[in-house]
Design a protein. Structure first.
Ligand SMILES: C[S@@+](CC[C@H](N)C(=O)[O-])C[C@H]1O[C@@H](n2cnc3c(N)ncnc32)[C@H](O)[C@@H]1O
Length: 107
């Protein structure tokens, strides 16, 4: 069970993957907000969140760059689905979230 959980942290899959991704959105909030608060980022910046998980950081970055765009990529179908849902109002405008490995970024 612990091995399965750890595998899901690396690549969330199935029901446990969905649970893990939602847990990461919640559990990483404090450290993510601290990390992002250290960035000097212009409001029209273009940002790519690699391994975007459940999309909570994309949501934060979209607030930080209202005149820019924030895209995400993740190789987990569960992560991409949750991330797209979380950022649905920005998708197609200032945001695109793609499924795939970071080793072959789409052009
Ligand atoms: C530990 S989670 C972190 C998620 C998010 N960045 C956060 O801070 O909450 C790692 C995420 O990176 C993704 N990931 C890991 N290796 C990847 C790779 N080579 N290409 C694309 N996504 C990857 C996983 O699917 C997972 O959703």
């Amino acid at each position: 069970m612990i091995k399965k959980f750890l595998r899901n942290c690396r690549k969330p899959q199935g029901w446990m993957g969905r649970f893990t991704v939602k847990g990461m959105n919640f559990g990483h909030a404090v450290i993510s907000e601290w990390g992002l608060s250290r960035l000097e980022i212009s409001n029209d910046a273009r940002v790519l969140d690699i391994g975007c998980g459940g999309g909570a950081n994309i949501e934060r970055l979209l607030r930080m760059c209202p005149a820019g765009r924030v895209d995400g990529i993740d190789y987990s179908e569960e992560s991409v689905a949750i991330s797209r849902k979380k950022n649905s109002s920005a998708i197609g405008k200032h945001c695109d979230i793609r499924l795939g490995p970071v080793s072959s970024l789409p052009t």
